[in-house]
Ligand binder design. Structure first.
Ligand SMILES: [Zn+2]
Length: 113
């Protein structure tokens, strides 16, 4: 269990995880498990190509020509997409693009506008 953080109060290495939070047995300090580095690496966040967190309703710009599945259409680099909606899955952005219609994008191929 070497991935447990040291106690922020006394720097003890003997902190443990009691299921809800971290506890230091030496000074008795208790702190939240979502604090610090773990919060930075929140895997549930959808991020754009630059690492910015995306949320429902954001506008993004496509950074790569993207083929539209099942058609000969291409979403060109620089296409602006308004009012995105985040969804679960490989393609994690649901949106509607002018001239193309509803489609799904990968967050790694867009950047926040
Ligand atoms: Zn401590």
């Amino acid at each position: 269990m070497s991935d447990l953080p040291n106690c922020p109060a006394c720097a003890s290495e003997f902190s443990y995880d009691d299921g809800l939070q971290y506890v230091c047995p030496e000074c008795g300090y208790e702190w939240s498990r979502v604090a610090g580095e773990e919060g930075e690496d929140d895997l549930s966040s959808v991020r754009d190509a630059n690492g910015n967190i995306l949320i429902d309703g954001d506008s993004v710009t496509v950074i790569k020509d993207l083929k539209v599945k099942g058609s000969s259409l291409i979403v060109k680099v620089g296409t602006k997409v308004k009012n995105i909606r985040l969804v679960d899955g490989d393609h994690d952005i649901d949106c509607k693009i002018d001239g193309i219609g509803p489609m799904k994008l990968k967050s790694e191929f867009v950047k926040k506008a």
